[in-house]
Design a protein around this ligand. Structure first.
Ligand code: NOJ
Length: 749
């Protein structure tokens, strides 16, 4: 294969390949570039989607394969499977220069083995298992010809109305940056060129998560300081971790569509950050600059995008249609095109595609990787770690909490609700369906059956659908509940209710589901509610009236097994919320690291002239970082190694944590810092460190955090990142609501 591929190439190219893999890729790239016509160069910047999977509005576009044959397409998205990618690659091999195609796909949370949605994974606060999840996704995707995943999404999201919160790591910049790094490392493994590595893509650059009103694709407007402080660090972390590509975003920022932003793509990314990977537009986002009112027509859009640093045009056809004329008219310099093409070719060389364009399309490897039992095992482990226990109060009847259910072995359990037997929903948005899903995906019902070894003590009633107003199933649900000792109710969104273009203004449980829960509580039986969703939902009545509540997000292939592990105590829940849960949509945006106002709300005064709602509390339903365990963790007093430190120095903060419960368990110990007075207003607190520890019953451990200038620094008005001398308050605890801060001073040198 390698030989026949090379024979057709001109001598200069042959010579460049003879240098071997380790030779200087840039020189190889230049030697290919030297052979290319302008049309062939533009072809490398043109990305088309297959009609096989649609992840955007497909434009009917004649014979796409013929374009591949003519060298007019450089990359293809949504073409999956070893056989399909191989056959399209074979068509690319009929083009004059035989430049291989790049195959891209949104492999967001697993490919064949589906892992929890990214927001759920973030709830684990476990970087190594998150990295492993991405690693396994890469192994499975790479084996079927995919070279490039459009992940991780590293957008900070503070608005649960935005459907794409499911796809990121939540609201916090510090946690989000660490998770961005872990995911990039996972996807890219030992580096491009390994057969099990795929190119990662940090998206959506930038501030897509700040869409006004939480409405997808909407405008964003913010100070440069906020952009740098809150939204950009996860992108910088991805770049520092060696991410191969960036995708720009649909939104405009301060009036300039991100796709046309030279500041973001040229000044920051390719300039200050020295990023030498490639930048792909989002689907159609070059052409959409016309709708934004930022480009007069496709020609103007193409010119603005390429000038601003968008290297590849995904599905706008703007580059394919307009760039050649723009160059002829000298409105765009060919060196701009050359730079973009070099970035694309470099990745193709790094992936080893010039050596063997089919190296990733291997049906035998595809089959083996897809059915690896260790992938499922890892998916179950990841899913267990993603689950968040929101409430588990003692109930009178048994004078202890209902969970774990091992407390009540042998009792009859009624499984009620529209999601008990759900299969496909468990995968959530951004996942692929496979013909054997119905036997591969573990529903809650199957997970419970697997756990108990039979369905003897289980009964089931759906109660109602996920949506709609039909309550005719309530009577059967009531009957099943009355005949049981415990009622476990599984409610939530449908798996597709969160995701792209899935913004919601109403975050309550859809349909009659809350009513169903009320009916079950009214039976007087002990009730556990499981909530599956792709975002924080609003469920006040349940929060206040149901003693045990478990947030299960969408957990993927192993969902049912993982939930059963947690319900029965085979895994002690340790997840912590990566987003604040509001009491009402009216509180949004609500996030823990907000600024104070000149009139902060205080619980203990009658002063009404404070920042507050007249009809709603300020506090969230559940704060960022919150999550319970079957263990009970007690925090001692924070002890600082000194009461001041100088610029350039450090200070240690110690605290002892004790597991005073009867189960071994894990706790995420979180460090928050507040800059008390500064030249700019600072957040009330910010996450600056965390450690996930495991403690046996009765065990105590002293945890230490080292605080340096970096943890105290922030973006000044002129965007310099530096700490200011003054007072800092430290909080350590099991959530962002940790109390009892202690302070120290940073002294000027
Ligand atoms: C649009 C989405 O915004 C982006 O995240 C995705 O990668 C592309 N479509 C391709 O599916």
């Amino acid at each position: 294969m390698r030989i026949s591929f090379l024979i057709a190439l001109p001598a200069i190219f042959f010579q460049s390949i003879a240098w071997g893999q380790s030779a200087n890729i840039d020189r190889k790239v230049d030697s290919v570039l030297a052979l290319m016509t302008l049309d062939e160069k533009i072809g490398q910047l043109n990305q088309l989607s297959s009609d096989f999977v649609a992840t955007g509005p497909i434009t009917p576009d004649g014979d796409k394969q013929d374009r591949v044959r003519q060298g007019k397409v450089g990359s293809y998205l949504n073409m999956t499977g070893a056989a399909r990618t191989r056959s399209l690659q074979a068509i690319a091999m009929q083009s004059r220069l035989k430049i291989p195609l790049l195959f891209a796909q949104d492999v967001i949370h697993g490919y064949r083995t589906i892992f929890p949605i990214p927001l759920a994974e973030a709830a684990s606060w476990d970087l190594s298992i998150i990295e492993r999840s991405a690693r396994i996704a890469a192994i499975e995707a790479a084996a079927c010809g995919i070279h490039w995943t459009f992940a991780p999404m590293v957008d900070i999201a503070r608005d649960p109305r935005w459907g794409r919160v499911m796809e990121g790591a939540g609201e916090d910049t510090y946690l989000g940056s660490l998770i961005a790094t872990a995911r990039v490392k996972g996807f890219q493994g030992k580096g491009l060129g390994s057969l099990d590595a795929v190119m990662a893509c940090a998206k959506h650059f930038a501030a897509y998560g700040a869409a006004e009103g939480g409405r997808d694709y909407n405008t964003t407007d913010m100070s440069l300081r906020r952009l740098h402080e809150v939204y950009l660090p996860p992108f910088k972390a991805a770049a520092d971790a060696g991410v191969a590509s960036f995708m720009n975003s649909f939104n405009d920022i301060n009036g300039i569509p991100a796709t046309g932003s030279s500041y973001l793509q040229r000044t920051l990314l390719k300039g200050d950050w020295k990023f030498n990977g490639l930048v792909v537009s989002d689907w159609g986002s070059i052409g959409e600059m016309i709708n934004h009112g930022y480009a007069a027509d496709m020609t103007d859009a193409a010119k603005k995008a390429i000038t601003a640093g968008s290297d590849i045009d995904m599905e706008s056809r703007a580059y394919a249609g307009q760039l050649a004329d723009l160059i002829k008219r000298k409105e765009v310099n060919e060196s701009v095109i050359d730079d973009a093409v070099r970035r694309v070719l470099r990745k193709k060389f790094e992936l080893g595609l010039f050596d063997d364009p089919y190296r990733f399309s291997d049906e035998a490897r595809e089959k083996a990787a897809w059915n690896a039992p260790e992938h499922r095992q890892a998916a179950r482990e990841m899913a267990r770690k993603s689950i968040v226990l929101l409430r588990n109060d003692s109930i009178k009847k048994i004078s202890k909490p209902i969970l774990p259910l091992s407390n009540v072995s042998g009792k009859k359990i009624a499984l009620i609700g529209p999601l008990v037997k759900a299969i496909g929903d468990n995968n959530g948005f951004w996942s692929y369906s496979w013909p054997d899903d119905s036997t591969r995906i573990v529903s809650l019902w199957n997970g419970m059956e697997n756990k108990l070894g039979s369905t003897k003590n289980l009964s089931y009633a759906k109660g109602c659908e996920l949506t709609g107003s039909d309550t005719s199933g309530f009577a059967a649900a009531r009957l099943a509940a009355r005949r049981s000792d415990i009622v476990v109710i599984s409610v939530g969104e449908t798996g597709n209710m969160s995701g792209e273009a899935k913004s919601r203004s109403d975050l309550k449980l859809p349909g009659m589901q809350e009513q169903l829960v009320k009916e079950m509580v009214a039976t007087g039986k002990p009730v556990v509610v499981l909530i599956s969703a792709g975002r924080p939902l609003v469920f006040n009545w349940i929060s206040e009236n149901v003693p045990s509540i478990v947030y299960t997000w969408w957990l993927g292939t192993e969902a049912g097994n993982a939930i059963a592990d947690v319900l029965f105590g085979d895994y002690n829940p340790s997840g912590k919320l990566p987003m604040t849960f509001p009491r009402s949509e009216g509180q949004i945006p609500i996030y823990y690291n907000h600024f104070n106002t000149g009139r902060p709300f205080k619980n203990d005064t009658d002063n009404i002239y404070v920042t507050a709602y007249t009809d709603l509390r300020n506090s969230p339903r559940y704060p960022f970082g919150y999550g319970l365990s079957y263990s009970k963790f007690e925090y001692g007093k924070i002890v600082l190694s000194a009461d001041s430190m100088s610029v350039g120095g450090s200070i240690r903060a110690k605290v002892t944590i004790t597991n005073s419960g009867t189960y071994a368990g894990e706790e995420v110990v979180q460090l928050y810092i507040q800059d008390v007075a500064a030249s700019l207003v600072r957040p009330v607190r910010e996450l600056k460190g965390f450690q996930k520890i495991r403690l046996a019953p009765g065990e105590s451990r002293e945890i230490e955090f080292v605080i340096t200038e970096k943890e105290l620094a922030f973006y000044q008005e002129d965007l310099r990142f530096m700490a200011e001398p003054g007072q800092f308050r430290v909080f350590i605890g099991g959530s962002s609501a940790a109390e009892e801060g202690i302070s120290f001073w940073l002294k000027a040198r």
